[in-house]
Design a protein around this ligand. Structure first.
Ligand SMILES: Cc1cc2nc3c(=O)[nH]c(=O)nc-3n(C[C@H](O)[C@H](O)[C@H](O)COP(=O)(O)OP(=O)(O)OC[C@H]3O[C@@H](n4cnc5c(N)ncnc54)[C@H](O)[C@@H]3O)c2cc1C
Length: 356
């Protein structure tokens, strides 16, 4: 008797990328199998889920943020109703300015009409300074947000287990049988498979040659005295007030490392930064680390295997998965189901075929 159970797609990895893709494929009426062991040390579990529309030393709008942000907000809100969970919050971002030069540069950007939706004419830092070392000035951004990714992933995982199929295990590449028209994996058969493995994709034999970089980041969870602010603080670190009354503090960017474990030097660097930010005493509650799935050209990785037309990848969300993820997950779903074109700047075919 044939005990094979059929789905439309197998998705490997239930981080932010795999979950968002599963959501859009579900909306397109597809039957899904998700495979993920549920590890705690993945980028999506360790991240703060901040969406910051204007970043860097030159206060530049994040890549395509005007497109990504409204779509991200709409997607997370829709998922909140589907899952019956709250994980998306609009949040202003306070930006510490450390000198007159920085303040002048900030003010110069304020006059740019392309920034009017984000940069407020006057910052209101009142809810933060009692805990902070004195700062020259603050700027304030509207249009920021925070996605509670741990809650997002947990509620989506429970929903997938009820409405589709969830295998709480590592995917074994050698068990993928490509010999027939349908793919076979253990007791399942599927039209196609999509790998959404974050930085672990560098070990995937089908896509090992893509130019992954992988930026490791350490974070601290701390407690601080006093009432909790609502606004996110971009200082020497990002300080993110969490709903349980604690704070997320991070993060560093480490490009060479021997593993993804929390590193003593990462903790040291973070505590040095916290010493420059806070005058209030704080307590370290936890230290975590993970590797961001960054790519050499800082763009996502979407596409199909050059030889096997039913094997796909959705990855490379890098440092900005919370804002970019929804937009490209929908694009990936439309590519899978309707063969709609991928943006050339995210299509893996932008890399020379010999790198794959
Ligand atoms: C310290 C830190 C801070 C960050 N802060 C932010 C932030 O504030 N805002 C923001 O937008 N982004 C942030 N990021 C980046 C963000 O986390 C990523 O863009 C995003 O989470 C990547 O999601 P992913 O699903 O591609 O990868 P991952 O989160 O790594 O998920 C991959 C999943 O695949 C599973 N998997 C891998 N291989 C297999 C296999 N063979 N079989 C089964 N399962 C497998 C893993 O267990 C994991 O669950 C941060 C990242 C880090 C590390």
């Amino acid at each position: 008797m044939n005990m094979q159970r059929q789905v439309d797609f197998i998705i490997v990895g239930q981080g932010l990328a795999g979950s968002l893709l599963a959501f859009f494929l579900h909306k397109q009426g597809k039957k899904l199998l998700l495979v993920d062991p549920g590890r705690e040390d993945t980028a999506s579990r360790v991240a703060a889920g901040v969406i910051n529309p204007v970043t860097g030393r030159h206060y530049v709008k994040s890549w395509r943020i005007d497109e990504f942000l409204p779509f991200a907000r709409q997607t997370y809100r829709e998922m909140e109703s589907l899952l019956g969970a709250q994980f998306y919050s609009d949040r202003n971002v306070l930006r510490a300015l450390f000198s007159t030069v920085e303040e002048n540069n900030w003010n110069a950007k304020l006059g740019d009409p392309g920034y009017a939706a984000y940069m407020l004419p006057k910052a209101d830092p009142a809810e933060w300074p009692s805990t902070l070392q004195p700062v020259h000035a603050f700027g304030e951004l509207a249009g920021g947000a925070q996605v509670n990714l741990a809650r997002f992933l947990e509620s989506f995982r429970a929903w997938i287990a009820q409405n589709h199929t969830l295998v709480r295990d590592h995917f074994e590449y050698e068990d993928l049988d490509r010999s027939g028209e349908l793919l076979r994996y253990k007791e399942w058969s599927a039209r196609a498979i999509v790998f959404c493995e974050g930085y672990s994709a560098k070990n995937n034999p089908y896509f090992a040659g893509l130019p992954y970089e992988g930026a490791k980041g350490d974070v601290l969870h701390i407690s601080l005295p006093g009432p909790q602010p609502q606004k996110l603080l971009r200082h020497h670190l990002f300080l993110v007030p969490l709903e349980d009354g604690t704070y997320w503090a991070g993060s560093n960017y480490v490009w060479t490392y021997k593993d993804q474990l929390p590193a003593p030097e990462g903790k040291q660097w973070l505590t040095n930064q916290l010493g420059r930010i806070l005058k209030a005493p704080y307590e370290i509650l936890d230290h975590k680390a993970a590797i961001r799935p960054t790519v050499k050209d800082r763009r996502p990785l979407l596409g199909v295997h050059p030889t096997f037309s039913n094997i796909f990848i959705f990855n490379g969300l890098g440092t900005k998965g919370a804002s970019q993820g929804p937009f490209f997950a929908r694009q990936m779903a439309d590519f899978l189901n309707h063969n709609e074109a991928l943006d050339p700047e995210v299509d893996i075919r932008r890399f020379d075929a010999k790198t794959r």
